[in-house]
Design a protein around this ligand. Structure first.
Ligand code: GRF
Length: 212
């Protein structure tokens, strides 16, 4: 069992999906903390219902990213967290946290990176940009986190045909359904196998699991 922390700023549908996949045994993980920057995030309510420890830490309450990161590291140590999952977390992860969890922070982005990513590209802004560009395929990217926005090594991508979508909202709905499949799949891949990062490539070495 790997102790994971989920960071979420909003509704938390990806968080809920991951939680259910830990409970049904698909993921060899336990959610040891839900960390949010936003005290009214829907994710918090769900975490409380499931008795998952909740920590609210808005970066603006701290004098610098380093001090904010120090507080996150304190929480992560307290909860014996080994792996971090960013499920709709809108704030930048401070460098001291990224350094303390090398290649052990996973993020989901609702488009096919490296297109439609970078600073300020989150939520509906991504789907609006995809819609405006008139592209016919969007998708989901699950990637490891480094110190640049949306530029970490890609673990898994899933394409979504959006030819039948007539609005950014329709694209968002269609992509979200695939996020809920891709995120647990990518997390399972990393938690159950050995992997390393070479440049921007994630190399996974599959390990055969004895079911007993
Ligand atoms: C998802 O589209 C995710 O890709 C993005 O933010 C959204 C979060 O949705 N990073 P939810 O809070 O998991 O429902």
């Amino acid at each position: 069992m790997v102790n994971i922390a989920v960071f979420a700023s909003g509704r938390g549908s990806n968080f809920q999906t991951i939680y259910h996949k830990t409970v049904d045994g698909y993921l060899p993980a336990k959610i040891a903390a839900l960390i949010s920057d936003n005290g009214s995030a829907g994710a918090i309510e769900f975490a409380r219902e499931q008795r998952i420890p909740v920590f609210v830490a808005p970066p603006g309450d701290f004098p610098s990213p380093e001090v904010f990161g120090g507080e996150l590291l304190r929480i992560l140590k307290l909860q014996a967290v080994e792996f971090i999952v960013l499920a709709g977390y809108l704030k930048k992860i401070p460098a001291n946290v990224v350094d303390a969890f090398p290649n052990r922070i996973l993020n989901i982005h609702p488009a096919l990176l490296p297109s439609f990513g970078g600073k300020g590209m989150f939520g509906m802004r991504v789907h609006q940009a995809v819609f405006d560009a008139g592209v016919k395929i969007s998708g989901v990217t699950v990637h490891l986190v480094n110190n640049e926005y949306d530029a970490g090594p890609v673990v898994l991508q899933r394409a979504v045909d959006i030819r039948d979508c007539h609005s950014p909202e329709e694209i968002a709905r269609k992509v979200l359904a695939q996020e809920h499949r891709a995120f647990p799949e990518a997390l399972k891949l990393l938690l159950e196998n050995e992997y390393r990062v070479e440049g921007r490539r994630v190399i996974i070495r599959k390990i055969k699991h004895d079911p007993h």
